[in-house]
Design a protein around this ligand. Structure first.
Ligand SMILES: NC(=O)C1=CN([C@@H]2O[C@H](COP(=O)(O)OP(=O)(O)OC[C@H]3O[C@@H](n4cnc5c(N)ncnc54)[C@H](OP(=O)(O)O)[C@@H]3O)[C@@H](O)[C@H]2O)C=CC1
Ligand SMILES: CC(C)=CCC[C@@H](C)[C@H]1CC=C2C3=C(CC[C@@]21C)[C@@]1(C)CC[C@H](O)C(C)(C)[C@@H]1CC3
Length: 418
């Protein structure tokens, strides 16, 4: 058994108490949103319309569907990849290898679903199953996190994440102990981060669009916009799959309940909230406003993609001609920090772009309800907290060089505001 590591390091998320509260609060919030979205008043801050009994939540069919979906995505992950990428250097100086075939998995899933629908698969009935499916996904995430925790007990110290090894069972279970849990070359965190949840999210959106078409003759413009924007976001994540290898989740965070639940349940069932809302609360939207919302999404996407690609290209090869002319600060670790281009505008330009897109996803739902803005509010809180965590980690990693970066680029996410 590996001894607890970093037990004196600063605990995140409010320590064991915070972790326990989040483990309860996150699933409760997800079910609240699912129930409220289909209720008449759709009040985000009010009580849920009713409390579902176990018979409404538990369905063996939903669990079977959930496991079949995971199995299908795992099979697609194992198909030959167009490229195998190397991850960042690990503590023991080695680098892991990752298949780059996420976009291929999305296309193959679309083909399979298309074939299924033309053969009579009742996809438009999926929205009726969201509650038991979310319950099955939560159960799966919980059991999966337990297995990951047990697996970490026999992992070598070099395989453990910098956080998540405090010695406190609840905290470590929540944050995750092992950095890159794998069986042979199958990387669980990398697989879960990009495949079942993200592709599941667009599939749920599509099912909601199809049910709206059945109910009202055709999907509304607002529903098209939400589906289109979110499909672009998911397609982009899978097209630029390699960029996920330089994100905080892959480099720093262990794989525990937070990410397992986030990837497998939270993302598909709460990120599809706008489409769920629109199915039960149709909103009129004219072309002039729709064009303006498209413009907002395009601006957000331009910043998000530009910033993420610039950092990823620079981290992979600082002499790449696309980034070689950018100004940098040297650090004691040998790595450099960008201080011009997107990363000279604010310290997290990618978060700014992501937030602008989040707003564009809610706007098609009108302003009569707060509920469709849940994602924007939650995401702002998540990114502000994430930015704070990242700052602390970078200060620890880069010391004086990070302070110099903060002086030269004083704003964190929004220029002249924050
Ligand atoms: N939709 C969603 O729910 C979520 C989306 N996201 C998105 O995921 C993406 C990745 O986010 P995240 O992993 O949090 O953070 P980043 O991709 O911004 O990664 C942060 C790391 O980038 C490196 N870095 C920071 N500043 C510089 C610089 N000036 N020059 C070079 N490298 C720098 C540092 O690592 P190092 O120096 O070690 O390379 C730092 O730890 C973002 O676009 C975010 O919006 C994130 C969370 C949730
Ligand atoms: C509240 C809660 C359950 C917290 C867990 C947070 C997770 C939901 C998010 C942490 C980082 C994420 C990323 C994406 C999705 C959400 C989670 C898992 C991401 C895959 C979305 C698509 C982007 O293009 C991305 C690849 C940059 C991104 C990576 C981080």
């Amino acid at each position: 058994m590996t001894p607890p590591q970093g037990s004196r390091a600063q605990l995140e998320f409010g320590g064991p108490l915070g972790a326990a509260a989040l483990m309860l609060l996150l699933p409760v919030t997800m079910f609240h949103l699912l129930l409220v979205a289909r209720s008449g008043p759709a009040r985000l801050l009010g009580p849920p319309p009713y409390l579902p009994g176990l018979e409404e939540l538990w369905s063996p069919w939903a669990l079977l569907l959930c496991l079949t979906w995971l199995g299908l995505q795992a099979a697609l992950y194992l198909l030959p990849a167009r490229k195998v990428a190397e991850g960042q250097e690990l503590k023991d100086k080695s680098r892991l290898r990752y298949p780059i075939n996420g976009f291929q998995a999305l296309v193959l899933t679309a083909l399979l679903v298309g074939l299924g629908v033309s053969a009579g698969l009742p996809l438009s009935e999926l929205p009726e199953m969201l509650l038991p499916l979310a319950f099955a996904a939560t159960l799966t995430a919980f059991i999966f996190s337990l297995l990951l925790y047990l697996k970490a007990l026999v992992a070598p110290a070099s395989a453990l994440a910098p956080g998540g090894n405090s010695g406190n069972l609840i905290y470590d279970f929540f944050l995750g102990r092992e950095l890159n849990p794998r069986i042979c070359s199958f990387d669980f965190k990398y697989f879960c981060e990009l495949r079942p949840g993200l592709i599941g999210w667009v599939l749920i959106n599509l099912a909601l669009l199809m049910q709206e078409a059945e109910l009202r003759g055709s999907p509304s413009l607002a529903m098209w916009l939400v589906n289109g924007f979110q499909l672009l976001y998911v397609g982009d994540a899978l097209w630029y799959e390699e960029a996920v290898l330089t994100t905080m989740d892959i480099i720093h965070d262990g794989f525990g309940f937070m990410l397992a639940f986030g990837d497998l349940a939270w993302v598909p069932f709460t990120y599809s909230l706008q489409a769920q809302f629109l199915l039960y609360h149709p909103q009129p939207l004219g072309w002039p406003l729709a064009s303006f919302i498209c413009l907002i999404n395009a601006v957000g996407y331009y910043i998000f993609r530009g910033a993420n690609s610039q950092k990823n290209t620079f981290r992979k090869n600082p002499s790449d001609p696309r980034v070689a002319d950018l100004e940098t600060i040297s650090t004691a670790t040998g790595r450099r920090l960008l201080v011009s281009g997107w990363w000279g505008m604010v310290r997290h330009p990618n978060y700014l772009g992501d937030l602008i897109m989040a707003l564009a996803w809610s706007l098609p739902c009108g302003v009569s309800h707060l509920l469709p803005y849940f994602y924007f509010v939650y995401f702002t809180a998540l990114l502000v907290h994430r930015e704070d965590r990242d700052e602390r980690q970078c200060l620890q990693k880069y010391g004086l060089a990070w302070r110099e970066y903060c002086q030269r680029v004083p704003y964190r996410i929004v220029p002249y505001v924050y």
